[in-house]
Write a new protein. Structure first.
Length: 95
């Protein structure tokens, strides 16, 4: 993603507010959702090893990974996925 597009995207993400901030809550079971971004993931050009790693780490720490979504490199689709994700879970991880 070009730098100017990335900067614009980050501003829009920050405008969504604190529910989109990454945070960790220890000592209680929490639901998490993982959003992977990339055409290369959907085209099978890259294997998403992040999802497997996060699943293992979350399980060790009592965080329930309830879903993993993969979206294309399209700003509107990314923002839509993040808005849906933050309405679904207390913890949203983006890669």
């Amino acid at each position: 993603m070009p730098e100017h597009v990335w900067s614009s995207f980050l501003r829009k993400i920050r405008a969504l507010g604190s529910p989109c901030n990454l945070y960790v809550v220890l000592g209680r079971i929490m639901k998490a959702l993982f959003v992977a971004i990339g055409d290369e993931l959907l085209l099978g050009q890259v294997v998403d090893t992040n999802a497997a790693f996060l699943g293992q780490v979350f399980a060790r720490h009592g965080v329930e990974l309830v879903a993993k979504w993969t979206v294309r490199d399209r700003e509107n689709e990314i923002l839509e996925a993040l808005e849906r994700a933050r309405a679904t879970c207390g913890l949203v991880v983006v890669s």
